[in-house]
Write a protein that binds this ligand. Structure first.
Ligand SMILES: NC(=O)c1ccc[n+]([C@@H]2O[C@H](COP(=O)([O-])OP(=O)(O)OC[C@H]3O[C@@H](n4cnc5c(N)ncnc54)[C@H](OP(=O)(O)O)[C@@H]3O)[C@@H](O)[C@H]2O)c1
Length: 270
């Protein structure tokens, strides 16, 4: 006799419970157990549940830093702070995301490809650039095939849109305060495009805006056993006036990856 055990019900109101009802109508016993198994299955599909219940992707911010929290030297040099094992591990996290996002500052300073290379993959996630005034150079490596590129901008009069479009990039305008991209509107738009998990790998400025606006669900931090002294921080926000204003996080995993420490910390509000 067939017996189906369901760990967690689908959060999508369009289909929730329908599969279970059809199975039962066909005479198949169905148990919805939820509890611990429900938690585990929601964890497995964290981005899907985020998109369906909150209308925005699960935002994971990856940062490579020194033990004193620096992500680049004052002159912008940041390659490479962490070791090879951490970089390979970082690509495995890139691979599971629907989209990889960076800011125009990083495109201009590092010219990253922002693809999945160090682990085998059947598809490249969507690459996203946050670039208010469309200053990304048309020759930037991030625009190279394979995979699609989406640029969020704020200034519709920018003269570079045709050149970037001819490189295959789609441009979406989401103007916000101060002439910058409206990050909340961008996340809503990414969810509407079906993105479940968004992997952010940006510099201190864009990271700062994400943090200030409370849009980061999870930090994936690789911390190298070295000190860099003066340099750029993980996320430029504040200064805060009181410790009670700190962004509250909880550690969910701490592991050595090669010679570096991998720390996963989640927002207590997510
Ligand atoms: N260690 C690491 O994990 C890591 C990772 C990536 C980069 N980096 C380093 O970070 C440095 C670049 O830092 P960055 O801060 O200049 O680059 P970024 O954070 O990648 O990009 C910043 C730019 O994003 C644009 N932007 C658009 N909308 C925004 C919004 N709502 N809020 C904030 N910014 C918005 C702004 O320019 P417009 O307004 O002109 O669009 C801003 O200048 C490089 O040295 C790079 O090596 C380090």
């Amino acid at each position: 006799m067939a017996h189906v055990i369901v760990a967690a019900q689908d959060a999508n109101p369009l289909v929730a419970g329908q599969g279970i009802a059809r199975l039962r109508a066909a005479g198949i016993a169905v148990d919805v157990i939820d509890g611990e198994w429900g938690e585990a299955s929601r964890e497995l599909n964290i981005g899907f549940f985020s998109r369906i219940t909150r209308g925005r992707p699960w935002v994971r911010m990856k940062i490579a830093a020194s033990l004193d929290g620096r992500t680049a030297l004052s002159n912008g040099i940041s390659q490479w702070i962490t070791g090879e094992a951490a970089r390979v591990d970082g690509h495995a996290w890139r691979k599971r995301a629907g989209a990889l996002l960076t800011g125009v500052g990083t495109v201009l300073e590092d010219n990253p490809r922002l693809d999945v290379r160090f682990v085998a993959t059947a598809r490249q996630p969507l690459r996203v650039i946050v670039d208010s005034r469309l200053q990304s150079p048309p020759g930037a490596r991030i625009l190279d095939a394979p995979g699609s590129v989406l640029i969020y901008a704020a200034d519709e009069s920018a003269s570079t849109s045709a050149a970037l479009g001819s490189r295959g990039a789609e441009i979406a305008f989401k103007p916000g305060a101060g002439g910058k991209v409206d990050l909340s509107a961008m996340l809503t738009d990414l969810a509407a495009r079906g993105i479940n998990e968004l992997h952010v790998e940006a510099g201190h400025k864009l990271n700062g805006s994400f943090v200030r606006e409370g849009l980061v669900d999870e930090f994936l931090i690789y911390m190298a056993p070295k000190l860099l002294g003066a340099g750029r921080e993980m996320a430029a926000f504040g200064p805060l006036q009181a410790l009670s204003e700190a962004v509250p996080l909880r550690f969910t995993s701490i592991e050595l990856i090669g010679e570096d420490l991998r720390i996963i910390a989640r927002s207590t509000l997510s």
